[in-house]
Write a protein that binds this ligand. Sequence first.
Ligand code: IPE
Ligand code: IPE
Ligand code: MG
Length: 251
Amino acid sequence: MLPADAAGPLSDVPPERRPAHIAMIMDGNGRWAQRRGLPRVEGHQRGAAVVREITELCSDLGIGQLTLYCLSSENWKRPADEISFLMLLLKQYIIDEREPIMRNNLRVRMLGRRAAIPDHVLEELDKTIEMSRGNTGMWLNLAINYGGRGEIVDAVRAIAGRVRDGALQPEDITEDTVSGHLYTAGLADPDLLVRTAGEMRVSNFLLWQISYAEIWVTDRCWPEFDESALHEAIRAYAARDRRFGGLPDLA
Ligand code: IPE
Ligand code: IPE
Ligand code: MG
């Protein structure tokens, strides 16, 4: 993890009060565009530019992991032309980001089911992941064709296979066993879950991993999310009292 610059932006929030892992539901691209009389895809285009900006800001703040909800397993219900635009945008983003990813020392990981994602997109994604493998800075986890329930189903299948093969006894299955079979295996759970565009729901995102995440929702749409909104979210997080089921620290 990069050391946070104590004299830099957000100097009022000491590094130990900042979330180590931020997950973001980047919602509201379509509404942002429609309110301006633009086609929905314009919102996605603007949203991709915001991804770039927010990723760099998080990395500069010393955040250890940023997990972005790029496409849910339910988003395939959308019209074919919107989906194909999103695929092309994703591919272009993955190619264009190689330079800033390497410059910022980011490690890229994909969370989601690979099947259904076109091969030409997967090829570019794999190249970017491979290129970033030796980096040591912030994890950039891209949730693409991701669904929390589907992820748990995939983990249960893998664990059941190990039990069937005699490699694991049912009574030896622990929470760590389940965590270790999710797409996020080896990564710490999110501390802060940010959702833009105001909806008070999690939309099948990281169901297992957000069990004790602090949730922060803004009415701003994703294309309007900026440095001041990011700082507001982190300040709100820093002011929270995380009890994990225990009692407040009265010391
Ligand atoms: C989020 O914006 C991006 C994706 C889900 C891919 P939306 O496209 O959901 O925008 P709204 O919610 O319709 O405004
Ligand atoms: C969540 O947004 C998925 C992403 C941001 C990729 P949606 O727009 O799909 O969520 P719902 O349909 O409003 O719950
Ligand atoms: Mg939406």
